[in-house]
Design a protein around this ligand. Sequence first.
Ligand code: PLP
Length: 241
Amino acid sequence: MTMIDSNLQGVRARIAQACLAAGRAPDAVALLAVSKTFGPEAVCEAARAGQRRFGENYIQEAVAKMAQVAALGLPEPLEWHCIGPVQSNKTRLVAEHFDWVHTVDRLKIAERLSGQRPARLPPLQVCIQVSVDGASTKSGVAPDEALQLARAVAQLPRLRLRGVMSIPDEAPGYAAQLAVHLRVRQLFEALRDQGGAGFEDFDTLSLGMTGDLEAAVAAGSTMVRVGSGIFGARDYGARPA
Ligand SMILES: *Cc1c(COP(=O)(O)O)cnc(C)c1O
């Protein structure tokens, strides 16, 4: 068994244990493997171990990797999720290559993604990125602007609104992590309950990473994004910025 193989088993066991502790079904939480900075071989290794969903932050790196992975020939297609910031000049690449985008926090970007989504592909699945910490330097729409943005996104023809994503500030310890995650969960539920037309598939709470997935699952996450816990420590120096 490879390291990625055994790490994946360990992460799946953590998720299952967290679901059990929270009284949730063991399959209530999807695992997104965050493969940024790792090469196509690592992705294939995880895919051979049964992993299907992959998350990437850097658009150009990701699109190159997708082609390399495809060339390696996997039995089943993978699902690619964009979890990094999307600038205007990258929307076309995202619309043409990804299945999901978790990081929509501006209507202008959503409109471009919808306009550029090729007709041959199914709608792009999107989450609204929210920031409940209030740090204005961070990505993510403020809680009091989230409903308006989500409703506008829900009307775009080539996008399907799926839920909410957040990257809360690192918090020291389980209790602090849980507190901030619960605020995201509350916002998720408020949007779902108030949204109206276009919110029929609003079922995804993208929350939790390697260091805080237990608290995220306890708070109701339906998709955890795990990188280092699967692939090991990242070497940012090895890639262009
Ligand atoms: C890198 C990254 C992750 C994974 O972080 P780990 O701590 O390595 O699990 C998850 N979500 C986002 C948005 C990321 O950028």
